[in-house]
Design a protein around this ligand. Structure first.
Ligand code: FAD
Length: 292
């Protein structure tokens, strides 16, 4: 039996059709016994309510441990604390504490809300004051675009750990060396918490390029070449995406990575296949193996 751990990230759906797709994905991935599933949090009231509804439904109906993402954007500390109290009351025990992006999108200068938490470290400390939440945070193998240097970025990670974070999940990356060098740097700096690689299988290459530009993640030239001239050929794109992600995950597992966090974009297909490749099987299929 594999000793690998997995977790899956979902986003709150906007329509009935997207809701059905998300729920089908939760059902498909649930038997893989993820350590947790996480639900992203966006700016604006209705998006926030959708996160809350999605988190509640997963706890109620799927019985999976949920990590609810929470940001500091456009909210006072009292408002954020209210969300934290509601989550705790509903059985949420794990928060992914994030600063969030400026309301105008990444690339604009981030200005904290005058009465709000200034960054993820402050938010993590605030959450710990409300209840004994498990806290995960984001981290950036290629450094966050707002960080003046890798050293400043690492310093921010340490502040988040001092505030109570016990796990960091990375921004997506496609060059494993970037992740492995980052691990060397953070360990050399005395960081001991798990740094879980965030795996983003490529479903829409053009969309990914835009996202990578704004969040400072590099897309290696070899991937640009691989996806060239395939805009009208989704079947081939999907096969290449699966191969690229499988190669990435298997190489990371060989390097000793024990926990993979999948950015599913609410799709189960690639995440499920990657788990199969890694030897993470549905519980029912795992049991006889364990007994053997
Ligand atoms: P922080 O760690 O607070 O700060 C990021 C960087 O800003 C720091 O490295 C530092 O350089 C600089 N900085 C901030 N404050 C200070 C300070 N006081 N002094 C010096 N430097 C400072 N966004 C969403 O809106 N919703 C989500 O659900 C979501 N989920 C995410 C999940 C993961 C795993 C990751 C990696 C990111 C996610 N994001 C999400 C994106 C995230 O909100 C952005 O990357 C945001 O710009 C930074 O958030 P953070 O928590 O990493 O910020």
């Amino acid at each position: 039996m594999t000793d690998l751990h997995v977790s899956f990230e979902f986003f709150p759906p906007k329509s009935e059709a997207m809701q059905a797709k998300l729920w089908a994905s939760v059902e498909k991935l649930r038997p893989l016994s993820p350590d947790f599933v996480s639900v992203t949090y966006g700016a604006g009231g209705s998006t926030r309510e959708r996160t809350h509804e999605t988190v509640s439904r997963i706890i109620r109906e799927a019985g999976l441990p949920v990590a609810a993402h929470l940001t500091c954007v456009a909210a006072t500390k009292e408002e954020v604390d209210g969300v934290l109290r509601d989550y705790w009351a509903e059985g949420v025990r794990h928060i992914v504490a994030l600063r969030g992006d400026p309301p105008g999108g990444p690339g604009e200068r981030y200005v904290p809300h005058p009465g709000g938490y200034a960054n993820a470290a402050e938010l993590a400390a605030g959450a710990k004051k409300i209840a004994d939440f498990e806290i995960s945070v984001g981290c950036y193998p290629e450094k966050h675009p707002d960080s003046p240097s890798q050293a400043a970025d690492l310093d921010m990670l340490k502040r988040k750990i001092d505030a109570g974070a016990t796990r960091a999940i990375t921004q997506f990356f496609y060059d494993n060396d970037v992740y492995l060098r980052y691990i060397e740097r953070v360990r050399a700096a005395g960081v001991k918490i798990p740094i879980v690689p965030g795996i983003m299988p490529i479903t829409n290459f053009n969309g990914l390029r835009k996202m990578a530009d704004t969040c400072g993640a590099t897309i290696p030239g070899r991937l640009v070449k691989l996806f060239q001239n395939l805009d009208e050929d989704p079947a081939t794109r999907q096969l290449i995406a699966a191969t690229v992600a499988a190669e990435q995950c298997l190489a990371l597992a060989e390097q000793g990575v024990k926990h993979f966090h999948f950015y599913t974009l609410n799709r189960d297909d690639l995440a499920y296949a990657l788990c199969m490749m890694l030897g993470v099987r549905p519980q029912a299929a795992r049991k006889p193996e364990a007994a053997a």
